[in-house]
Ligand binder design. Structure first.
Ligand SMILES: [Zn+2]
Length: 77
């Protein structure tokens, strides 16, 4: 039963914008207006680009593993 649920989750899973592997619905992840990333991938990318760690805001209850970026404007820079 559990395996079936995971299968369904992965079918709708987006691909990470950095490593292009699927981001499981229950995995720590960062969503931006443009894409979804694994949290680790996003932090590595952001640090390489900006030289500092991103300020991530956890989602609401039930989605606390889904983070948003506080300073979204820097993503486009
Ligand atoms: Zn990734």
């Amino acid at each position: 039963m559990d395996e079936k649920i995971i299968d369904i989750d992965m079918k709708g899973a987006p691909a990470c914008g950095r490593c292009f592997m699927l981001v499981a619905g229950y995995a720590p992840q960062v969503t931006t207006t443009a894409a979804t990333y694994h949290r680790e991938c996003f932090e590595a990318w952001y640090f390489g680009r900006h030289g500092k760690r991103p300020r991530l805001v956890p989602g609401h209850s039930g989605a606390r593993h889904r983070f948003m970026v506080r300073e979204a404007g820097e993503l486009a820079a």
